[in-house]
Design a protein around this ligand. Structure first.
Ligand code: ZN
Length: 61
């Protein structure tokens, strides 16, 4: 199922993909900071959006 994780401050797209990942993995990927606004990222979900697979597949293909 497609998943998005956004920075809670600036809305920077930290992760988007078909695999559901643990938020702390995403945070580690960015060394704990949003690359856009440098806000410290929390080790818990900030803004997660999970959409039905139909949307993503329908748009991409
Ligand atoms: Zn940010």
């Amino acid at each position: 199922m497609p998943m998005k994780i956004l920075c809670e401050k600036c809305g920077f797209l930290l992760y988007e993909g078909l695999d559901v990942k643990a938020p702390y993995e995403i945070v580690q990927t960015y060394n704990g900071r949003c690359p856009s606004c440098t806000r410290r990222l929390r080790h818990k979900p900030v803004n997660i959006e999970i959409k039905p697979l139909l949307n993503a597949v329908g748009c991409a293909q």
